[in-house]
Structure formats: structure tokens, C-alpha cells
Design a protein around this ligand. Sequence first.
Ligand code: AMP
Ligand code: FE
Ligand code: FE
Ligand code: ZN
Length: 299
Amino acid sequence: MTSRQSGPAARGGGIRIDLHTHSTASDGTYSPEQLVRSARETGLDVLAITDHDTTGGWERAAAARPPGLTLVRGAELSCRWYGTEPSIPLHLLGYLFDPSSPELVAELTRVRAAREVRGERIVELLRADGVDVDWAEIRTAAAGGTVGRPHIAQALIRAGLVATTAEAFTPRWLGERYRLSKDDIDVFRAVRLVRQAGGVPVMAHPRASRRGRIVPDSLIVELAAAGLAGLEADHEDHSPAEREHVRTLAGELGLLVTGSSDFHGAHKTVRLGAYTTGVEAYQRIVAASSGVGVLTDPA
Ligand code: AMP
Ligand code: FE
Ligand code: FE
Ligand code: ZN
């Protein structure tokens, strides 16, 4: 066993909080049950389940929540900033929102449908180039969860064309040659809908330039005025300088700062709890929410 308190996870004064993780409800490889159990085994005290564009893992994660683990229910919304040409995709974490809020439900349903269309088109492009991947098989492997490029990456691995998910995301494959955009949610609308549903919106990995183009700080200023509550600073896709930049910007705007693993199971190398959130930021999120509560042990 490796030490529970080593590395960047040691931050936060003893309570270990990871606010960004994925399950098989989207593109993670751990079931919701495995996710919450592993979180506790890893020594986390608070875990957020934040699957892409779905609350589909909430019930199973809640039912399997082990004693000692507080569960924060959330989602990672596929958003887009249309204020520049071409528009820039970005991810918004929404925490503790009411999962039955009609407008939000409608948007999530629409985005999941758009992902299906886009996934099938990517497969068509691959097949047109003689790559033997099969949409029905990819869809089955995604097991009813939100389908994403990582599922197509697995098909490329099965076909022996790439060795790893990371390689599948290089420009030769899903990173550029076979990358198609999907119909995302306007980021201002997403912030408004999460707030309207009693949730707390936090921008995921805002400076992750290695994933593609990033939005300017001026947009974050505007989003803060529109209801954005926080920024994710400590994330594996941020360099130390980028983390510091995000922290400083958040300080200037009065936004809370989070750190998270963005765990995806075997689809990424990062481990649960590799980055964590301080207890004050976590408490601000809980205090700002009015959708659903955190799930925790009886006092
Ligand atoms: P999609 O949501 O379908 O556009 O796919 C984006 C997802 O792919 C992200 O949420 C990550 O899970 C994954 N991803 C993006 N870039 C990489 C990468 N370089 N290596 C591994 N996984 C990646
Ligand atoms: Fe993902
Ligand atoms: Fe993300
Ligand atoms: Zn994520």
C-alpha cells in the first residue's frame, strides 16, 4: 500500500475531497458502485460523481455509498463558448442540482443525443478510411452510459490500431483527423440552468491547453458575473504555472478553487484522489446549493 497522505492529495487538513470523477454512466471504467467503494478504500472522505452530461450514475452510487464517505452528486456538462469563431468547447461541473429540473434535463438529454449522432459519424469517417470499427459494438460497450470518444478509442485499441487511449487522442486519430464537434450547451445557459436547479457551477480544467484551445480570462470574468461559483485549479492537465494562474484569477474574482483527479478508471492513468479540494471550498459549494443535499452518514 502506498501512503494515503503523499503527494498533492495531502492538501486540505486531513479531510480528503475529490470533486470530479467518472463512472460507467459516462466514459469511466469503474461502475458507480466500484467508484464509491474505491474512493473510500483510497482514503477519500468526500467524493463527487460527475459523469458527462448525465445523472445516470447517481442512484447506484448513492445505494453503494460506504460508511465514512460523503457523496456529492454532480455532472460535467459539455458546454461551448460561442463568442469566438470557431466556438470553443469547455466543461462545466455542476454540483448538487435538482436532477428533475425540466430545462436542465432537456439540455442533458439533447447533448447525449448529439453525442450519439457525432459518435456514429466519427465511426463512419473511420470506416470510410478502411478502419474496422463498429458503431453497434461501441454503443454496446458503452452500456447505456453517455457515449464519448474514449469508447471509440477502446474500439481502436481492440482493432489493434493504437496501444492506449492517449494514443487514440493524438492528431492522427480522435484528436484531429477524426474529431467532430458536437452540439453542446451554451456555457452561459449552462451556468444559468445549473443555478436555476439549485446547483453550483464550477468550470473544469479551464486552462487545459493540451486538450485544445482554451477560453480567455475575459470570458471567465463574464461567467463569474453570470453565476459561475468556482474554478478547478489542481488538475493533471494543468501545469504548475497554469494552476497558479487559475488560483490567482479565482482570487481576483472571488471564486472558489477546487482540485480533482478527473478519474476515469482505466481510460486515464490518473488515480482517485490524485488532486483534492480544500475543505473551505467544499463547504462553500454545499452552502451555495439548494438542489439536492450531500449524502453522508447519520450524525
Ligand atoms: P468527448 O466528451 O466525447 O469529446 O471526449 C472527451 C473525453 O475524452 C474526455 O472527457 C476525456 O475523458 C477523454 N480524453 C480527452 N483527451 C484525452 C487524452 N489525451 N487522453 C485520454 N483521454 C482523453
Ligand atoms: Fe471524460
Ligand atoms: Fe472534462
Ligand atoms: Zn471529467
